[in-house]
Design a protein around this ligand. Structure first.
Ligand code: HEC
Ligand code: HEC
Length: 372
């Protein structure tokens, strides 16, 4: 394993400023600070994973957030400077003093550049997606874009209580989400065409990842060599609450400040897809698929909050009466598990997932015909 720490120090120490959204033909880097207004007030060297506006110019128009309506700018503040607005260091609190967002990470620690990066959990598809697919069957409820946002407050930000679905905070976040959608200039990618938006889904591996298994010991060695310098040896990230630094410089990857067991990132394969595509910061797609899976297995073997997740997938599907624990994705080791299921916690977390998926499918077929 190549130790990249020497070179990382150079990357972090460099203060090169590039304009990310200029259409001037200059080679734009997807990493670092920019002058588009997106990074204003970041403090430190303002390093974020940026929108590559030149690469996306055939279908997305980058606009300066400072020219957007006030509600959109407020929504952007919540998403990008979460810890100093809604988070532990912010002013928006529930009556009992709990912050609107328990995690000190920013929404844009994961939804890169405020959801304007393909395969970086973009937000421009959200309204069209939930208009087209409102039923999340394994959750047993029809969700709209606001519900999906509240689910991220619960599962990504560690909340039990969530802001009012129709209150000013979610209104402003939705105004911002609508603004990202309005940047899509190719009409075939809007409305029912949302699924053709580049990078709206997870960046899956090329191989048969469901048959792979994460090696936590090797993952720990990779974390030590490739990740800990930024995210911390204890996974708690760095930079939160420093004067003039209103968001984490490097987000927390486990522990109380990080995403919970209800988050989509708690799926080892999904965390691995995302990691391989974007990390180590500034040096993406250098880990092999197996290495990315190993480091994701290591990260998701560390302690993290259960929060809302214990209640997930515990009910029966209203349409068929089948347990939702049989209908959830095999690689998402969260919430209830069917009592008859023969797999260990470790296998559900670290793989291989194909035997689990096959067992559940067979069980659904068996109970679907005999148990009702
Ligand atoms: C040079 C510093 C650096 C290194 C090294 C690095 N990261 Fe990151 N990582 C970041 C930054 C900065 C962000 C947030 C980017 C942003 O806000 O746009 C981030 C975001 C993330 C996220 C999404 C945020 C979250 O809470 O889930 C994950 C996952 C992640 N990194 C995993 C890793 C892993 C795994 C490694 C090692 C393979 C790694 N990173 C190495 C700087 C780094
Ligand atoms: C730890 C990383 C992380 C953080 C922090 C985070 N999210 Fe998410 N968010 C995700 C992931 C992963 C998904 C699932 C995407 C998928 O399955 O396609 C998601 C889904 C969403 C969706 C639905 C997107 C879709 O296409 O289905 C919305 C809206 C959303 N998040 C908003 C927010 C907001 C607002 C915040 C801050 C209050 C936030 N998220 C914080 C990782 C994160």
């Amino acid at each position: 394993m190549l130790n990249r720490l020497g070179r990382l120090a150079l990357v972090v120490g460099s203060l090169t400023v590039v304009s990310s959204c200029g259409q001037d033909g200059a080679a734009a880097s997807a990493y670092g600070a920019d002058e588009s207004g997106l990074t204003s007030g970041l403090g430190f060297d303002g390093r974020i994973l940026k929108t590559d506006c030149n690469a996306m110019s055939s279908w997305y128009e980058c606009r300066d957030i400072r020219t957007a309506p006030a509600a959109v700018q407020r929504g952007y503040e919540y998403i990008h400077h979460t810890s100093s607005t809604l988070g532990p260091d912010g002013t928006r609190k529930f009556a009992d003093g709990t912050p609107y967002a328990r995690s000190s990470n920013a929404c844009s620690s994961c939804h890169f550049s405020g959801g304007q990066v393909p395969f970086g959990l973009p937000l421009m598809q959200v309204n069209d997606k939930y208009a087209a697919k409102p039923l999340f069957r394994a959750f047993n409820y029809k969700r709209d874009a606001r519900d999906a946002t509240l689910d991220c407050f619960r599962n990504c930000m560690g909340n039990v209580e969530v802001p009012d679905k129709y209150g000013d905070v979610i209104d402003d976040i939705m105004a911002y989400v609508g603004w990202t959608a309005a940047g899509v200039t190719d009409p075939s990618m809007t409305g029912a065409g949302w699924e053709s938006l580049p990078g709206h889904s997870w960046p899956y591996f090329s191989g048969d990842w469901q048959s792979m298994k994460a090696d936590v010991t090797n993952g720990g060695a990779i974390y030590e060599a490739e990740c800990h310098a930024c995210h911390g040896r204890d996974g708690a990230g760095q930079g939160e609450y420093r004067p003039g630094e209103p968001r984490p410089r490097y987000p927390a990857l486990w522990g109380d400040r990080s995403f919970t067991r209800g988050a989509a990132m708690y799926s080892v394969p999904q965390l691995a897809f995302f990691t391989r595509k974007h990390m180590p910061f500034g040096d993406p797609e250098t880990l092999s698929e197996q290495e990315a899976l190993d480091v994701a297995g290591f990260i998701n073997s560390q302690p993290r909050a259960v929060a809302h997740s214990a209640r997930m997938f515990c009910d029966a599907d209203t349409a068929t009466g089948l347990p939702n624990s049989l209908l959830k994705p095999a690689h998402w080791n969260v919430g209830c598990v069917d009592a008859a299921e023969p797999f260990s916690f470790e296998q559900r977390l670290l793989g291989p997932w194909r035997p689990i998926a096959l067992w559940r499918a067979a069980e659904v077929a068996r109970r679907g015909t005999t148990a009702r």
